[in-house]
Design a protein around this ligand. Sequence first.
Ligand code: DHB
Length: 394
Amino acid sequence: MKRRQFVLHTTLGAAAGAAAALPLGVSAQAAAPVKVGLILSMTGPFASTGKQIEAGARLYQAEHGDTVAGRKVELLVRDDASTPDQSRRIAQEFVVNDKVAVMGGFVLTPLALAVGPVATQSRTPTIVMSAGTSSVIDASPYFIRCSFTLPQNTIGVAEWAPKNGIRSVVTLVSDYGPGIDAETAFRDRFTLNGGTVKELLRVPVRNPDFAPFLQRVRDAQPDAVFVFLPAGVGTTFMKQFVERGLDKAGIRLIATGDVTEDDILNDMGDVALGVVTSHHYSAAHPSTANQKFVAAFKKANAGKRPNYMAVAGYDGMRILYTALQRTKGQTGDALLEAMKGQTFESPRGPVLIDAQTRDIVQNVYIRRVARQDGELHNVEFEVLKSVKDPGRRK
Ligand code: DHB
């Protein structure tokens, strides 16, 4: 107790002394807020993702205060309605008018890609909190990613399936960057492990009607269908999967965890029971850090369950706070450098922001949907440790 008081006093004393010694201009600048511009889809079909990311970011601030290294961290949130042109326009406004020090967010891959050139030209450190196509990270040297990549998450189930009686598969993915990454990663890994891919199906990203595609899956009679769909879309898919009788036809469903994500899983009902997925986050991850995170998130959000998007918003803020502490409040290139190489325990498990790739390295878990404490959960039963994105071509 005594020692702590001593440390506190000397720290405060040193800070006060340093502030007094600074010329007026510098101390005024040091006190200016660090503005963080989040570009999120808050309306339209992907609004649930935007809301989860914002809620995660706000929870981190509520728990850790809004001042770091003497600077207030101010969150600005704008809705791009999942339109790349709007994401780019908002980014320009953030940089030119609001003078943000950091940008973040990006629910879908094309939205992050649209902002890459703005981040580069304005040299603004930018935290990608969703957008999971491998190549997104190459869109700007000012990007760091704290979410996931599709190849990273796909290989788990592509390894698990052939060891568990699944020899033939039809893949069904959303027809854009992350879907194509998932399709390629699954096909390559599954066939390497001796499996056969009978057909590769791609469905439209917006308002997909799964019925004709599910009919084709039925006709091909594979052991399983492997699915990737972006967060929020899984409920419609599950409904049509059952309506088309694929479960009765004995076709198993395997997927990335985007399909059974924790925000919507309870609404899917019993049809989801037994579905095996691989992913980096489950609200049922049995660590103390995660249990605390889930409880705090529910409390702050009227009982809503966090999904992996909330975790990325939360971790993104943590990376920013730690970087600001390291630079003593300095922004720009120094802040970007301080974001790289960070390693910490996230609610998802241990993570690293690889300093070379600027991408996240994390565990990928194999999970099965089960009822636990009266709720449907993705229950983890196997883990691939410290997975680096296997999908980069560079
Ligand atoms: C992307 C979006 C998602 O909602 C998701 O779950 C995975 C990837 C994307 O557009 O990159």
